[in-house]
Write a protein that binds this ligand. Structure first.
Ligand code: CP
Length: 292
């Protein structure tokens, strides 16, 4: 039984296999490799992209999906997470795709060894499928290799599971990662850190912009996000004519994270990330459920 808690569970050859499979699924109609499989999506936090992407990926490979909405489940009657999970597993799904606010939840459920557990985002610790689709999008943009490229992660890095998973994956795959954020949003890290984005614009190949995750802040960090945007918003003036790939996991706070104009710029691949997410998740489901 294979789980996905974070990308470090995949060997480099497995990551290369996922990238190759995703490329093939993007180029050609995929065979129904997961016909007869049933997956449950269990999202304790909101999602637009990840849940839909997993459900479409499963369907494209012939698997059925069932969604349990925790706000309408017996969680509301006090049933514990573990009991909810074991009851769902009693119906013999082939996997449970879970999003949860606690960093440890996917690992706890995986350790129960009842069904394959796939992390769709946990706390500020890990969002492995987002990192793999980001990696795929970068490989596609740079013609198959990102080794030695410099990626700047910009924004609320300390709150971000996209950043923490990404840092682990991208450095492992040979990229240089630098962190750009005001002190309130900067995590403890050995990576190079900068407060001013404009100081590094000439050094970067990729910018990954991140949303300020207001829902995770105990206290408001800024009274005025327009002032924050003056330093960190990726706009046409800041980008100039540099050949920088611009990514964002979504949802984008328009004109705070990225300007309207830059969202329409061909260097911005935010919707391509969403498109690629389906193919990468198809490849991930294939490797986890079929072990090939
Ligand atoms: N990127 C991402 O995780 O988006 P959702 O929260 O909409 O799933």
């Amino acid at each position: 039984m294979q789980h996905l808690v974070d990308t470090n569970q995949f060997s480099i050859p497995q990551i290369e296999q996922i990238m190759a499979d995703a490329k093939s699924f993007k180029a050609n109609r995929a065979p129904l490799l997961l016909r007869d499989k049933v997956l449950i999506t269990l999202f304790f936090e909101t999602s637009t992209r990840t849940r839909s992407s997993f459900e479409i990926a499963a369907k494209r490979l012939g698997a059925a999906t069932v969604h349990l909405d925790p706000t309408k489940s017996s969680t509301q009657k006090g049933e514990s997470l573990e009991d909810t999970f074991t009851n769902l597993c009693a119906m013999e799904p082939d996997g449970v795709i879970i999003r949860h606010s606690e960093n440890e939840t996917p690992q706890i459920l995986a350790d129960m060894q009842i069904t394959s557990v796939i992390n769709a985002g946990a706390g500020n610790y890990a969002h492995p499928t987002q990192s793999l689709l980001d990696y795929f999008t970068m490989l596609e943009y740079f013609g198959g290799s990102v080794e030695g490229k410099t990626l700047a992660i910009v924004g609320d890095i300390v709150s971000s599971r996209v950043a923490s998973s990404g840092i682990r994956l991208f450095t492992r795959m040979g990229m240089k990662v630098i962190l750009i954020a005001p002190q309130q949003f900067m995590p403890e890290s050995d990576l190079p850190q900068f407060e001013e984005l404009d100081d590094v614009m000439d050094e970067v190949d990729v910018i990954m912009s991140l949303r300020a995750q207001l829902e995770r802040h105990d206290i408001p960090h800024f009274d005025d996000y327009e002032d924050y945007a003056k330093h960190y918003c990726i706009d046409a003036k800041r980008m100039g004519d540099r050949d920088i790939l611009l990514l964002h996991p979504g949802p984008v706070m328009r004109n705070i994270d990225i300007s309207d104009e830059m969202l329409d710029d061909p260097r911005c691949r935010v919707l391509e990330q969403v498109k690629n997410g389906v193919y990468v998740r198809m490849a991930i489901l294939k490797i986890l459920l079929l072990d090939v």
